[in-house]
Design a protein around this ligand. Structure first.
Ligand SMILES: Nc1ncnc2c1ncn2[C@@H]1O[C@H](COP(=O)(O)OP(=O)(O)OP(=O)(O)O)[C@@H](O)[C@H]1O
Ligand SMILES: [Mg+2]
Length: 606
């Protein structure tokens, strides 16, 4: 049976797992790492770079390197959040034809699902290279707090990457599966997930093979990056005081600072003090180089990040309150997400819940593992496990006076279908406009618009006499369908809500089509691997010949010259390998082969 892989598409890092030989396993990338940076870049020669290769060149190519794309997915260009992100990232954001936000890299505009698809495709390749077969099916995770547009856009990203998305599941729910699947556990747990960009809390009742989410809440703009930003702000203002120079004006300096800030933060999870040191960060008015050197202690870091972590508990309060349960009913707390490694987080979580966090799951891998388990559940007839998730937002329509009338309350188990009858507000009203919103406010303008449509040609009648049945349906991926029907005449209109806000079907098709060309790219990288392997072998062989000859010929001038040639040529080879430049790798390998021949003939003489 073909594999269904599980992908945790993270803001900062992504992870892929699969259910194989009776258990879920995380699949490491070529470098042996179990997570891959969610970073995409377009290089100077228009090459797509994804993951570690993209991360490594981010400093020198900041404007064309996209990180944290997940914060943008499914968002509109004119939204407040996008406005805020615009000032934080070095890459350029532009408005798409549908009003969605897109990025411009080296003169080409990419939709966010397209950027995410490149990451998904990378994860697919990682899986394929381990499984040794093509992979076409996946379960992808999203934050529980993702709205309909964000879920739909993530699904689109999967399609563009050439994956059939078998399910979209919530990250904390996946973590709960990783924790309890096959372990016969019976208790109520909380999943506290703090990653790079999002915070999620879910309360899940685990009863053997049944996993029932009873409440979820979150903030898709709260996570480790906020802490990095606080560190950066501190460094920028300290540097400003010392030198009068505003580093914000310098994209390269900002990128270096961002990396250094994050590294310092992670170091402080084990150390109590560290130094942020960035030599030659900029120059003064006389062109003298300036260096940044700032000491950061764990205490100070905790002081500046405390309010960020405190915010998470306000959200936990909301989750408990909306489920109408008390903290004391929770018997285990799972810490998920890289940011939960900060000692203060574990301490504050313990204080809040009054219990030590569970050590059963791996904070970086649990979500992908859970997605792989879900993939297995979909496929296997032996598995009787049942997973019930909930909606994270209330959904409804606008009624007279600009009020929001929810049809589906948040934390309702999905899939679900709800119907309610509305009536006309005017005599002989011929049409109604159904405005679909999501949110928790009574006032529509404070909620998020999901879409709208018109039901025309209503039967004429006095105000209040024409009844319209509105139905909301949410499938198990959390995607919403709305329909309206004139009850007497049976006249009906319906929409899949996000059809208006994201990419069009044609666009997705076109992108998937274009993406096929990138399969060539994969082939090229296979070639690259071949040449790299050959280079390594050749270097090894040359080294061993020279080693043998060293004792007898060490003083010979020709030999010494040859050593110099070998060094230079090896350096060029290493450079081509490091830059993943196939053309120059082939060229340099040719040069190195000539040197190899020289060594060989020397060795046969010697
Ligand atoms: N040892 C550590 N100490 C503190 N923070 C860490 C540590 N390791 C990683 N982090 C932080 O964790 C965050 C990344 O976490 P993770 O990889 O779980 O996020 P993600 O899954 O990409 O994001 P999200 O779940 O928000 O979409 C980053 O902000 C990173 O700096
Ligand atoms: Mg995550």
């Amino acid at each position: 049976m073909p594999y269904i892989i599980g992908i945790d598409l993270g803001t900062t890092n992504s992870c892929v797992a699969v259910f194989k030989d009776g258990q879920p396993v995380v699949i490491p990338n070529k470098g042996g790492y179990k997570t891959t940076p969610s970073i995409v870049a377009i290089s100077e020669n228009d090459k797509r770079l994804v993951g570690y290769v993209a991360k490594r060149q981010a400093i020198t190519n900041a404007e064309h390197t996209v990180y944290a794309a997940k914060r943008l997915i499914g968002r509109r260009y004119n939204s407040e959040i996008v406005e805020k992100i615009k000032n934080m990232v070095p890459y350029k954001l532009v408005e798409g034809s549908n009003g969605d936000v897109r990025v411009e890299l080296r003169g080409r505009v990419y939709s966010i699902p397209e950027i995410s698809s490149m990451i998904l495709q990378e994860m697919k390749l990682i899986a394929e290279s381990m499984l040794n077969e093509p992979v076409n099916k996946a379960v992808i995770t999203v934050p529980a707090y993702f709205n309909d547009a964000q879920r739909q856009a993530t699904r689109d990203a999967g399609t563009i990457a050439g994956l059939e998305v078998e399910a979209i599941i919530n990250e904390p729910t996946a973590a709960a599966l990783a924790y309890g699947y096959g372990k016969n556990i019976n208790r109520r747990i909380a999943v506290y997930d703090i990653g790079g960009g999002t915070f999620d809390i879910s309360i899940v009742d685990v009863a053997g093979e049944n996993f029932k989410v009873i409440s979820t809440a979150g903030d898709s703009f709260l996570g480790g990056e906020d802490i990095d930003n606080r560190i950066m702000d501190y460094c920028i203002s300290t540097f400003m005081q010392e030198t009068g120079i505003d580093l914000r004006q310098d994209a390269v300096a900002m990128q270096r600072l961002k990396e250094a800030a994050e590294k310092a933060k992670c170091d402080l999870s084990v150390l109590t003090s560290t130094e942020i040191s960035i030599p030659f960060i900029t120059t003064d008015s006389k062109n003298n180089p300036l260096h940044l050197k700032i000491t950061l202690t764990r205490d100070f870091l905790e002081e500046i990040s405390k309010s960020i972590i405190e915010k998470t508990f306000t959200i936990c309060d909301t989750a408990l309150k909306s489920a109408n349960i008390s903290k004391s009913t929770i018997k285990d707390v799972l810490l998920v997400g890289g940011q939960s490694r900060m000692p203060m987080v574990a301490r504050m979580v313990k204080e809040y819940f009054g219990i030590d966090p569970s050590k059963r799951i791996h904070p970086d891998e649990a979500v992908a593992i859970g997605a792989a388990i879900k993939g297995h559940m979909l496929q296997s007839h032996q598995s009787h496990a049942k997973l019930v998730d909930v909606t994270s937002h209330s959904l409804g329509i606008m009624v007279a006076g600009g009020y929001f009338s929810p049809l589906i309350e948040k934390n309702t188990a999905i899939p679900t279908k709800k119907t309610r009858i509305f009536t006309t507000v005017k005599d002989n009203q011929e049409q109604v406009k159904i405005i679909v919103l999501q949110g928790e406010s009574k006032r529509c303008e404070e909620n998020e618009l999901l879409g709208e449509f018109i039901l025309n040609g209503l039967r004429k009648g006095p105000r209040g006499s024409v009844e319209i049945e509105v139905t909301f349906e949410i499938n198990s991926d959390g995607i919403v369908m709305v329909s309206a029907k004139d009850i007497k005449t049976g006249l009906k209109q319906e929409i899949i809500v996000t059809a208006t806000s994201g990419l069009t079907e044609e666009e997705i098709q076109r992108m998937a089509e274009e993406n096929r060309d990138y399969l060539l790219e994969t082939k090229v990288s296979e070639d690259f691997e071949k040449y790299r392997y050959e280079s390594r072998k050749m270097i090894e062989e040359v080294d061993s010949i020279l080693n043998r000859l060293k004792d007898t010929m060490g003083k010979d001038e020709f030999f010494r010259e040859l050593l110099g040639k070998v060094d230079r040529s090896r350096e060029n080879l290493e450079k081509a390998i490091k830059e993943k430049n196939l053309e120059s790798l082939i060229e340099e390998l040719e040069v190195f082969k000539r040197i190899y021949k020289m060594c060989k003939s020397l060795s046969s003489k010697g």
